[in-house]
Design a protein. Sequence first.
Length: 273
Amino acid sequence: MKPARLIGIGVAAGAGLLAFLAAQTMVTPPPADNAAPQAAAPEITTTEILVARHDISIGGRLTPGSMDWQEWPAANVSPSYITRDANPDALERYDGAIATQPIESGEPMRASILAAQGRGFMAAILPSGMRAISVRVKAESRAAGFILPNDRIDVILTRQRRGAAPDGSDLYDTQTILSNVRVLAIDQTFEERDGEQFVTGEIATLELSPTDSELLAMANQMGEISLALRSIADLNEELEGADGDVARRLRGGGGGNTGTRVIRYGIAGGGNH
């Protein structure tokens, strides 16, 4: 075959291929975009609230370094929270305030658990209508040192009754005079002997009603006070004040059976003596 003819055939084939590709481009539509449009993320409205920057124990005094503003979803802001909109000067306002209950790091601050600067710690944590009364107990008479502030205890009175036995010997009786009492504070007392400090007792500060405060003050003059630690399972029980019969007996007014245990020669027995 002549070269000129071969060239003509090649040119014709190339032109046909170009025409085919052009036709395909015109006939075939572009691929459809099947991806669904993404919805815009809803905008969350926030507000700044006051939170604790670190753990704060009960009675802890606040400083500007222990508080900070933090963004919080506005829908989840409790009315009790301290917001920057309502309290722009909160860092200065609560500087020196006292925490009346433990606050964890990152926990929102509430005005109801902050006592104003200038108030004493004990007055700040004492509920309305209650009294704080202190009583001295022997170090070995308070559950081997395991009683701590905010624990619940029973108060036990042990009395020596000289010559009360028929043979003239001494008797001892013991009774629980107060139950489920909240401990506000425990402080040690020391005595110096030969240049060394020894723990000789403890001062327990208890939360009591005015009437029970009077009863404890009287019982403290009558004998030895011991503190018995209650189980944490009992914390939901209501506060039990002094039994009427116990109060009357301590005041010398008689009364029924109070569960008094009489001890003679180290042997305990029941009875009302």
